[in-house]
Structures are given as structure tokens and as C-alpha cells.
Design a protein around this ligand. Structure first.
Ligand SMILES: [Zn+2]
Length: 204
């Protein structure tokens, strides 16, 4: 029987915090938006790949393929877009769109879960998580809750948008000198600065 696992969601290590990873499913390539949640299968694969970031088991153990509906995909993208706008508002210290706040709050309350005792015989008792909705809806609810905690907690002050040219990703500045979402973006920004200086030096 599966036992509940308690996993941290502080995003330490290589990953960003869960809501930031989710917001970053929309990226950009040379200024053109790149949708990371293009199909229901993309969403299922993303949830599987990021399961270790969830604050409690968002998904059942094992490698079974998640069945995601088109409707859930639309809901996930809406939630992602609201999360992006709210993170931006937090970074820029401005009032959010109330629609985005309402959307996240609705997602946060979509599913409840609690541990139930599973003890069929004399062996060690186990616990399973009982959910009031399917695994995908539950996972989106957990993302919304993590976003609420991230935006309102002390971590919220350390959210940043990447300043590299054309990048639309967010990151959590766990190190004071971190200025970009990735070393690749850091390199691109340095090259762009160098080129701008070079152009300036040979300008009219
Ligand atoms: Zn970047």
C-alpha cells in the first residue's frame, strides 16, 4: 500500500518552486512564445516530471499515464496565465487583476484531500490519500495553493523575471547574485551587452 510522502516545495536544488516551474511552461524562442502545454499529453507528462516538487503526493505512485482531458488542459493554461500575471504583479509591486486572484482561489478550492487508514490484516497499517477529485484536478489545485503561499510568504519578495533579451521566464533568486533564469540566458545577456558596447564604440 502506498504511504503518504511528505516532500518539500521550497524548490531548493535545480528546480524553481512549483508555481514558478508551472508559470514557466510558457517560454519564448527568439521573441516568439513557445507553449509547453500544447496537448493534454504535454500536461500529463509535465505533472509526472515535476511530481517531486508537489507539497504532498499530487499524483499516485507509479508510471501510469495520466489521462488529461481537453477541458483540464484549458483550465491548466488559464491557471498558468493567471499565475504568470500574478507573479509579474508581485515582482512589479502593483495591484493584480481581480479576475486572476479569483481564478487561482477557485482552483485552490477545487479539491480536498486527507489521509485514510488502510489496514486490511495484521501487518503494518498503511495510509492512502483520499481525494475528492481526479489526480489532474487535484494537482492543479495543489499548484494554485503553492502559488498562494509563494506570493504571500517571504519567498515572494525574491521572485524575479529574467532580464535576458527575449526571455519570459521567472525564477526564484535563492542567491543574491543570481540575475538570470539560467546560465544560458546569463551568457546571452553578456553577449548582448558586449555587442551593444561594441556598436556604441564604433557609432557615428
Ligand atoms: Zn532567461
Amino acid at each position: 500500500m502506498a504511504k503518504p510522502r511528505v516532500m518539500g516545495s521550497d524548490g531548493r536544488g535545480r528546480s524553481e518552486p512549483l508555481p514558478v516551474e508551472f508559470a514557466n511552461t510558457l517560454s519564448a524562442d527568439r521573441g516568439a512564445p513557445v507553449e509547453g502545454l500544447g496537448t493534454p499529453a504535454d500536461l500529463g507528462a509535465w505533472l509526472r516530471r515535476h511530481r517531486s516538487l508537489f507539497p504532498e503526493p499530487g499524483l499516485p505512485p507509479g508510471d501510469t499515464v495520466l489521462r488529461v482531458s481537453e477541458q483540464q488542459l484549458c483550465h491548466a493554461r488559464d491557471l498558468r496565465d493567471s499565475a504568470r500575471r500574478l507573479i509579474e504583479a508581485r515582482i512589479e509591486r502593483r495591484a493584480p487583476d481581480p479576475w486572476d486572484v479569483a481564478h487561482v482561489n477557485r482552483a485552490s478550492g477545487m479539491c480536498q484531500s486527507w489521509p485514510v487508514l488502510v489496514w486490511p490484516d495484521a501487518r503494518t497499517p498503511g495510509a492512502e490519500l483520499f481525494r475528492t477529485a481526479d489526480a489532474v484536478t487535484h494537482s492543479l489545485g495543489l499548484i494554485a495553493r503553492s502559488l498562494v503561499l509563494l506570493l504571500t510568504g517571504s519567498q515572494g519578495a525574491l521572485l524575479r523575471s529574467c532580464q535576458a533579451p527575449g526571455c519570459v521566464l521567472f525564477f526564484y533568486r535563492h542567491h543574491p547574485r543570481r540575475a538570470w533564469c539560467s546560465s544560458g540566458c546569463g551568457n546571452r545577456a553578456r553577449v548582448a551587452r558586449h555587442q551593444a558596447r561594441h556598436r556604441g564604440g564604433h557609432g557615428k
